[in-house]
Design a protein around this ligand. Structure first.
Ligand code: GLA
Length: 327
């Protein structure tokens, strides 16, 4: 009996050693909805650093629609991966993604966009890392309100382009946070115009914002908000294309990856006034580490992690990036 117990104990120890000891056998997927977007490139870059540090294999997959998500998960299963991190192209795919992951015996955690169930409520069992959307949106609104004041504009003569993507909850929270602060600062509600974008990229935002500008050609000054830098850049490009001077435009984005930084590097300021820099390092490196610890040591990630942001302008972005450890 005593021998038997000892054997079981020894067996347990051996299994534990086997699961946590062989990082080389760990394979983790990192699936993103828009691989060409600098934010997602940066997430991958930081996830790669985690993979190198721990010695696991990172499989990066772009999946722009539901079908691609399904095949990405099957593919990971077939390759013998143990888990994956995903920013889904559509949060309503939630239950399907969870089922597919289970069928392939893959652990799943989400980044950026949180999965929802059939009732539209977040799937709280799936570990998630996202940004503190409302708070960051409020930061955008405050930056714009402050700059309107500084430029001495009368808010009566200012229009706001709300580049929107309302099927994505984090997008709603971000723009609503911004709008709430603008309104509290005295911005007239009737001067806020919705510009629904078909996709969360610059081109879609440019098209949506152009429609708004054409409809309200009499408005002299414009501000723009949206879920990310691409959305706000689209609105800024639209103002340029209809001949509104950059000095009459205040756009503040969210992100702080190359799309925003390249704008700041231009010799003269554009209407892209600032961005709230969020951390691709946390979203890429930390989620990859979380998944690794889950696979290798059975340490489940926290159910919900919300990251913060920091406002950056043309003349402060370098310092802010340094501060966030992304340069
Ligand atoms: C969403 C947006 C991205 C980025 C992330 C940050 O996925 O589409 O551009 O802002 O959120 O969490």
């Amino acid at each position: 009996m005593r021998f038997f117990k000892a054997a079981i104990l020894a067996g347990t120890v051996a299994i534990v050693a086997a699961t946590s000891g062989f990082a080389a056998d760990v394979k983790i997927g990192f699936v993103v909805k828009q691989p060409e977007e600098p934010w997602f490139q940066d997430e991958w870059k930081f996830a790669d650093i985690a993979a190198k540090e721990k010695g696991f294999t990172l499989v990066k997959i772009g999946a722009e629609d539901g079908e691609k998500v399904q095949s990405a998960i099957d593919n990971l299963g077939a390759q013998g991966a143990q888990g994956f991190i995903i920013c889904t192209p559509d949060v309503k795919l939630g239950p399907g993604i969870v089922a597919k992951a289970a069928a392939n015996q893959l652990k799943v955690m989400t980044v950026d966009d949180r999965l929802v169930g059939a009732d539209g409520k977040p799937l709280e069992d799936v570990p998630h890392m996202g940004i503190s959307a409302t708070k960051i949106g409020e930061g955008v609104g405050q930056a714009i309100a402050d700059e309107i004041k500084k430029r001495g504009w009368d808010m009566k003569n200012v229009g706001a382009i709300r580049v929107s993507y309302d099927q994505l909850p984090t997008a709603v929270d971000r723009v609503e946070g911004a709008i709430a602060v603008l309104k509290a600062a005295g911005f007239p509600a009737q001067n806020i115009y919705d510009a629904p974008q078909a996709k969360t990229d610059t081109e879609a935002a440019l098209n949506a914002a152009t429609t708004v500008l054409n409809k309200h050609a009499d408005v002299k000054y414009w501000v723009a908000v949206g879920l990310n830098d691409e959305a706000v850049l689209g609105a800024v490009r639209a103002t340029e294309s209809v001949g509104i001077p950059a000095t009459n435009v205040i756009g503040v984005g969210i992100g702080g990856a190359d799309s925003a930084i390249n704008e700041f590097k231009k010799p003269t300021a554009t209407g892209f006034f600032g961005t709230v820099i969020i951390s691709p390092k946390r979203h890429g490196y930390e989620t990859a580490m979380n998944m690794y610890n889950w696979v290798a040591d059975n340490k489940e990630p926290p159910k919900l992690t919300l990251t913060s942001g920091q406002l950056a302008l043309r003349d402060t972005y370098q310092a802010v990036r340094k501060d966030l450890g992304i340069e």
